[in-house]
Design a protein around this ligand. Structure first.
Ligand SMILES: *Cc1c(COP(=O)(O)O)cnc(C)c1O
Length: 455
């Protein structure tokens, strides 16, 4: 027996869910459990082969761990408890875990110039929820990046903000500079009196006017949250100004994107009053026990950043700029504003010529190149995203450098040519071309097996 159909899920998802359940568990659930365990192991091995051996991961929302962090994550500590303050743990046997908890929080505060770091945060989305709870009450209004400049669902009605009862108003966008329109934001803030203004999103190309946003927030009695889920690497490596130094009250992040740590979250602040509230939200509020293995892996990740992060971040940025230029030369058009293609580790291609960002990303996957769609402040593509997001965190950590970018761009552009609308008119079917590219990509991928920038 399988679960009941999710009548609310998209039809293609429901079909896929039923197919997987039938294939892997047997129609009627008859597959023996020993075989199910084998299947789970086989699927994870296949996933590791795809990501670690065959494909180049250009999705900036993912990265590779330092093998020493990965080993900690896979160790036995993931099932241990961690309840309570260091020095006052509720359960016994936690004298080692509590030291790791303290070390990781200290390193986080040091790396991000923060007075307080909260590591008992299971994800970036939860870090945002903690920030909403610390600054706002249900019924309050907040201002956040709209999806056209990478605004994340956690700040909007369907995400943590909406579920907590906040009303979100999209910030006015200055498309020419790919950031907030500060004058229009000031007017909006006076009108809607937000409790919180959030900055940052899932695509970040140029620095945001954090200090000016803080001035606006002060005028209307709001706090400023900088969502550094993606930008944390640029900030940690000193490539972008630190939003806390510029006046943000809070900075939230995911730790598995540009930071290259475990799937976890982090929340930082220089404000003692907010930090006290966050402390209570983390415990005993939203976590009882946190994942000690993830916190240990995060500690290793942060040590790597303190040691080698400046070099890593600078190379991510150099490679992103070079890849965007090379792609433009090869005929795939990056989104561009008055400030250029990008100042960060990520950028986006216009997806309309390929029928949409998700469609293009599916084609690129067949060529061994992993990306995703993203929203851009350009005309919409019906039923799809209008951008393709590309980032350099993983390829750089794996050892790619600027001179590799033209060759990589060549594979991407050739794969995308098979998806052009109308069809490129080539004689060879797209699948044959994509398979050829995938073979070349997999062969080249073998040159980049290490993990650089470790302590
Ligand atoms: C990815 C992302 C998040 C959510 O992070 P998770 O760790 O995946 O929960 C929040 N904000 C932004 C801008 C993101 O891109």
């Amino acid at each position: 027996m399988h679960q009941s159909p999710r009548t609310w899920a998209p039809a293609e998802s429901q079909t896929r869910i039923e197919d997987i359940a039938d294939d892997r568990l047997g129609e009627g659930g008859t597959t023996p459990m020993a075989a199910v365990v084998d299947t789970i192991e086989d699927l994870m091995s296949a996933s590791e082969r795809l990501h670690d051996e065959e494909a180049f991961n250009l999705n900036p929302a993912s990265n590779v761990l330092n093998p020493r962090a990965a080993a900690l994550l896979a160790g036995g500590s993931a099932s241990r408890t961690s309840l309570g303050y260091a020095g006052a743990k509720y359960e016994m046997g936690l004298e080692h875990i509590e030291q790791v908890e303290v070390i990781t929080a200290e390193l986080a505060a040091r790396l991000f110039h923060a007075d307080f770091a909260e590591v008992r945060v299971p994800s970036g989305a939860m870090a945002n929820l903690y920030a909403f709870m610390a600054t706002s009450s249900p019924g309050d209004t907040i201002i956040a990046s709209p999806p056209t400049i990478g605004g994340h669902v956690t700040h909007h009605a369907a995400g943590a903000a909406g579920l907590y009862g906040l009303r979100t108003v999209g910030a006015p966008v200055d498309v020419a500079h790919y950031t907030y329109d500060v004058d229009a934001l000031a007017t909006l803030a006076r009108e809607v009196r937000p409790s919180l203004i959030t900055i940052g999103g899932s695509l970040n190309l140029f620095e945001h006017p954090v200090a000016q946003v803080r001035e606006i927030a002060d005028e209307v009695g709001a706090r400023v949250l900088f969502d550094a889920a993606h930008l944390c690497g640029m900030i940690a490596g000193g490539q972008w100004a630190n939003p806390l130094d510029e006046g943000a009250h809070l900075m939230s992040m995911s730790t598995y994107k540009s930071l290259g740590g475990p799937t976890h979250g982090l929340l930082l602040s220089n404000d003692a009053e907010l930090s006290e509230r966050i402390d209570q939200i983390a415990f005993p509020g939203m976590t009882a026990n946190f994942d000690a293995a993830a916190v240990a892996a995060l500690g290793v990740t942060l040590a790597d950043w303190i040691e080698a992060g400046a070099d890593y971040a600078s190379q991510m940025r150099t490679c992103a700029a070079a890849l965007a230029e090379s792609l433009a030369d090869a005929g795939a058009v990056p989104f561009q504003c008055e400030r250029g293609f990008t100042d960060s580790h990520q950028f986006a291609l216009l997806a309309a010529p390929f029928g949409g960002g998700t469609r293009a990303a599916r084609v690129l996957e067949q060529a061994g190149i992993l990306t995703s769609g993203i929203g851009l402040p350009v005309p919409e593509v019906p039923d799809d995203q209008n951008g393709i997001r590309i980032g350099t965190p993983e390829i750089v950590r794996r050892g790619m450098t600027e001179p590799d970018m033209p060759r990589l761009a060549g594979y991407i552009a050739r794969a995308l040519d098979t998806a052009r609308i109308p069809a490129a008119g080539s004689d060879s079917p797209a699948e044959v071309v994509l398979r050829e590219i995938a073979d070349d990509v997999a062969a080249w991928r073998k040159d980049f097996t290490g993990v650089r920038f470790t302590a």
